[in-house]
Ligand binder design. Structure first.
Ligand SMILES: C[S@@+](CC[C@H](N)C(=O)[O-])C[C@H]1O[C@@H](n2cnc3c(N)ncnc32)[C@H](O)[C@@H]1O
Length: 214
């Protein structure tokens, strides 16, 4: 029986090569198999090993990872940003167990968004749009001074535009697009106008109480 190696989960940053840590690069070089999303499929070109698209079938890809691991191969899962936010890391860790996984943190798009506003973020509420109805989310989020909504798809922006008036208070809205990439753009949007703004797939909406911005 080949020795089973830990599953390694690597945070790869928000997109730019310069936001990938040396620890992430070193861990990727140890891979026998890379599990990649569409966005990360060309990352680490010097790592010439089997690459498997993570696709949309979560149980299916975890079964594939388990099978490669049974063969004694080092399976490495690439996650965008940090694996701790909206990634495959949690279902993978649930399946293999914490002791059988090693997580290499990455720079999250949320971190970069707050850095661009020069604002601290220890109290941010991070949500993935479309996971709940805006009404349900608003009840829970009213007291949050800082909210980061992930998801640049049209449905997500509509969802966020409906959420904002339900939150009440005086809030400013910032669109953070293509962070760390050549097209990066940070702009303030009138809360009532968000719905009309075209947004790329890589976007975060920050909703910040006016008084919290220096
Ligand atoms: C599946 S989540 C993964 C988040 C990731 N784990 C992280 O820590 O950044 C994907 C969402 O992250 C945000 N995102 C990822 N990369 C981004 C970038 N370069 N610029 C803006 N938002 C980004 C977008 O909201 C996108 O829809």
């Amino acid at each position: 029986m080949p020795l089973k190696k830990k599953i390694v989960i690597i945070g790869c940053g928000p997109g730019s090569e310069s936001y990938i840590t040396p620890a992430a690069r070193a861990a990727a070089r140890q891979a026998d198999v890379l599990i990649v999303s569409r966005r990360l499929k060309d990352l680490f070109p010097d790592v010439a090993v089997e690459r498997i698209d993570s696709g949309t079938d979560v149980d299916g890809i975890i079964d594939t990872m388990a099978a490669r691991r049974e063969e004694g191969r080092q399976v490495v899962l690439l996650a965008t940003g940090d694996p701790g936010i909206a990634s495959l890391a949690q279902p993978v860790i649930r399946r293999f167990g914490r002791e059988q996984c090693e997580v290499i943190p990455g720079i999250s798009s949320v971190q970069v968004a707050f850095a661009r506003l020069a604002l601290d973020w220890q109290d941010v509420r991070i949500i993935t749009a479309c996971s709940l109805s805006p009404e349900a989310a608003a009840g829970d989020l009213k007291s949050a001074g800082k909210i980061a909504v992930l998801g640049g798809k049209e449905g997500a922006i509509r969802w966020t535009a409906e959420l904002i008036p339900m939150l009440g208070g005086d809030r400013r809205v910032f669109l953070c697009e293509d962070l760390t990439l050549v097209n990066e753009r940070i702009r303030e949007v009138h809360p009532g106008r968000l719905r009309e703004v075209p947004v790329p797939a890589r976007a975060i909406v920050l909703i910040i109480e006016r008084d919290l911005l220096p």
